[in-house]
Design a protein around this ligand. Structure first.
Ligand code: SAH
Length: 261
């Protein structure tokens, strides 16, 4: 039964090298980069140094859009987003656009990632404690989370993406990041309680398990269907007296699904 699948913890540092690269069939065919005549920043997956200035420009754009949390901006300036997408898409990695990461999934645009992380870190100047991410995808947001918290558990239900993320993340040697393969709908009780839970996939409702696994004083940020009939960003704060739910702007995330594939 899908829901009984136990997540398998995979650390991103150390460990044996993968036997083979992710099979070609796992990654979706990569769309062509349109030749629009617009000058694109020079970013090459093989040349990380080039990307520093491009990332700084992305951060300045995010600041101009109103994003302001220093630690979130620092993380966005530090993590090489182009390492998480197919090399054919690397030159779009710092544009404010979502990108395909294979198996029909997408990495959210930087603006949305930053927005969610700001909501997660709101009012906090110190690193968060333990954080749970639902939907590792390519591992980009997990890397950002590892800068913002002391311990990160990130769970993915698609084995191909779980493995892909592990490969993407290996070079960064983030010893506080633990990748899990399993159904994130049930959370990850072994790591609970969490200072924050963040989901990159949206369902009809927020699973009760996530709220149960949130620490008192903790915050959950997730896309979910709301009374409006749309998917919105929803924040749930767990307090001593109960949970407080706040609905933010409409968003469009990939669906939260149960079971593993
Ligand atoms: N944060 C990711 C975004 C990936 S898109 C990144 O930076 O790349 C959302 C991901 O959520 C997809 O990979 C999808 O497979 C995954 N997902 C959907 N439902 C899930 C579930 N129940 N448990 C774990 N992952 C899930």
């Amino acid at each position: 039964m899908a829901s009984s699948v136990q997540p398998v913890v995979a650390k991103t540092n150390g460990g044996p090298a993968p036997k083979a690269a992710v099979s070609a069939g796992v990654m979706q065919a990569v769309g062509k980069t349109a030749q629009t005549g617009v000058q694109r920043p020079a970013v090459s997956a093989g040349m990380g140094m080039d990307s520093q200035a491009v990332r700084a420009a992305m951060v300045r754009k995010l600041q101009a859009q109103g994003l302001a949390h220093p630690a979130v901006l620092a993380a966005l300036g530090a993590v090489e987003r182009h390492r998480f997408v197919d090399s054919a898409l690397a030159n779009q990695a710092y544009e404010d656009t979502s990108l395909p990461i294979g198996l029909g999934q997408t990495i959210s645009k930087p603006n949305v990632v930053a927005r969610m992380l700001e909501l997660m870190c709101e009012g906090r100047t110190e690193k968060l404690g333990r954080v749970l991410e639902i939907g590792t995808g390519c591992g980009y947001q997990a890397a950002l989370l590892s800068h913002l918290s002391r311990e990160v558990y990130s769970i993915e239900r698609l084995r191909g993406l779980h493995e892909r993320a592990r490969e993407n993340l290996r070079r960064f040697r983030l010893s506080n990041l633990h990748l899990l393969f399993g159904d994130g709908m049930v959370g990850y009780a072994q790591g609970a309680p969490y200072a924050a839970i963040i989901a990159a996939a949206g369902g009809n409702a927020i699973p009760q398990a996530w709220i149960d696994q949130l620490a008192v004083g903790g915050r959950l940020v997730a896309p979910a269907m709301t009374e409006s009939g749309h998917q919105n960003l929803v924040v749930i704060d767990k307090t001593v007296t109960g949970v407080v739910r706040t609905v933010f702007e409409a968003v469009l995330f990939v669906p939260l699904k149960s079971g593993v594939e």
